[in-house]
Ligand binder design. Structure first.
Ligand code: MG
Length: 164
């Protein structure tokens, strides 16, 4: 067995009156992400960490935001497709850890639903999926409420590889 680690990062600008989706869960919020898809910035960062672990490029390569196919798409579908790709190559996810930086609203009530949702899509135990939320102490674009920023790390297990 072989292991690979990957990291992902994504940012979306926030605007009033848009729905906010994070980790596959609808969040009660006065602001939401401006996006071509549903704007689930947490799933986007997670997808990039999974793709990155296997050097498969990034979410923009697989699901271009110039394509009508992905306009307004539920990001859970994108994560499902990334998982299909990973499994088709014989790999599974060991664990994932996601940090969401957002000034408001408070995300604590949504952490467990997000973990449950992501674990189900990745078909791994909920204990192997971590979601953490932080503010940036009102510093920078996150602190001013202008955007939401997410960092993700994932560990994958699979067969020996190394070639492109
Ligand atoms: Mg994105």
């Amino acid at each position: 067995m072989n292991i690979r680690i990957g990291n992902g990062y994504d940012v979306h600008a926030l605007a009033e009156g848009l729905p906010l989706w994070l980790g596959g869960v609808r969040i009660d919020s006065p602001v939401g992400c401006i996006a071509h898809s549903d704007g689930d910035v947490a799933i986007h960062a997670l997808c990039d960490s999974l793709l990155g672990a296997l050097a498969l490029g990034d979410i923009g390569k697989h699901f271009p935001d110039t394509s009508d196919e992905f306009a307004g798409i539920d990001s859970k579908i994108l994560l499902g497709r990334v998982m299909e790709l990973i499994r088709s190559k014989g790999w599974t996810v060991v664990n994932a850890d996601i940090t969401i930086a957002m000034q408001r609203p408070k995300l604590a009530p949504y952490i467990i639903p997000m973990r449950e949702c992501l674990a189900e899509i990745m078909q791994i135990p909920v204990g192997n999926v971590s979601v953490k939320a932080t503010t940036t102490e009102k510093l920078g674009f996150v602190g001013r409420g202008e955007g939401c920023e997410v960092y993700a790390v994932a560990l994958l297990a699979g067969p020996e590889t190394g070639s492109l």
